[in-house]
Design a protein around this ligand. Structure first.
Ligand code: NDP
Ligand code: 8X3
Length: 254
């Protein structure tokens, strides 16, 4: 069996770094996201004479688009599909519940929970047919703890944590591994998206300490996906050294 990984949200951050890491190790890739120009650029960058890189341009919130995209994959690629990285996700806004924009909640719930479910529902039958596989879900330290102003984002990541545990029960008899990855603060486009393009506020999140980089998470995902067949990393919390909990940081600010 070949090695094919499907990575959602490959146009930025963890997903892009994971695509690069897997491609460098000779894996074939199926990369997804909404920004087609970025997907095409990444495809050009990563495809070589010996590895395949397919791109699928869809919004994980739209189940019809998800099903159509996954159904469009060629049989030979699907036959070698081993890894699904459910990475696409976002936070939108941060503040008290009663002051929130309701549409921000819809975007987080629809992307982080329902999107992950739609993609998983479409891909799991393919892994079952292949007789083994591995699903990696990007949760967060926000799925282990809550913090002020994090309410709905934290709730969606607690849901991802619960879905990882549920999937493990559903899939254990099919030889499919499930890994939950829970990073702390990592500097990607995450805070730019969360603060709706306000770069000053986004940058302030990472001021005074060294946050995780996307490549740190990509390295961890690659490790988790390359353990021996009898070994599963079920749950991995990855923090910056300067972060002790979702709210406690060792910040050096002059
Ligand atoms: P980025 O904003 O850098 O990347 C997010 C990716 O998700 C993009 O590729 C984006 O692609 C994709 N995405 C978002 N919404 C959708 C959608 N509706 N349909 C399809 N794709 C979508 O963030 P990160 O790399 O930091 O985050 C990746 C995951 O890790 C998220 O689930 C996040 O919650 C989680 N996480 C992040 C942490 C951090 O501190 N950065 C810490 C812990 C967890 P496009 O816009 O092109 O669709
Ligand atoms: C992203 C990390 O702490 O900003 O999941 O929620 S945090």
């Amino acid at each position: 069996m070949g090695k094919v990984a499907l990575i959602t949200g490959a146009t930025a951050g963890f997903g892009e770094a994971t695509a690069i890491r897997f491609a460098n190790e000779g894996w074939d890739l199926i990369l997804t996201g909404r920004r087609l120009d970025r997907l095409k650029n990444l495809q050009q960058q990563l495809k070589t004479a010996s590895n395949r890189v397919e791109i699928l341009n869809f919004d994980v919130r739209n189940e019809t688009e998800v099903i159509a995209a996954i159904s469009s994959l060629s049989e030979d690629l699907v036959g070698d599909l081993t890894v699904l990285v459910n990475n696409a996700g976002l936070a939108v806004g941060r503040g008290p519940m009663d002051e929130a924009v309701t549409d921000d909640w819809e975007r987080m719930i629809d992307t982080n929970i329902k999107g992950l479910l739609y993609v998983s529902k479409a891909v799991i039958p393919l892994l079952k047919a292949n007789g083994s596989g591995h699903i990696v879900n990007l949760a967060s330290i926000a799925g282990k703890e809550v913090y002020a102003g994090g309410n709905v984002y934290c709730a969606t990541k607690h849901a991802v944590d619960a879905l990882s545990r549920s999937m493990r029960l559903d899939l254990v008899n099919f030889g499919i591994k499930v890994s939950n990855i829970a990073p702390g603060a990592a500097e990607t486009e995450f805070s730019i998206v969360r603060f709706k393009g306000d770069e000053e506020t986004a940058n302030s999140v990472y001021r005074g300490f060294e946050p995780l980089k996307a490549q740190d998470i990509a390295d961890a995902i690659f490790y988790v996906c390359n353990c021996p067949p009898h070994v599963t990393i079920s749950d991995l919390v990855i923090m910056p050294t300067a972060q002790a909990s979702s709210t406690v940081f060792n910040k050096k600010i002059d």
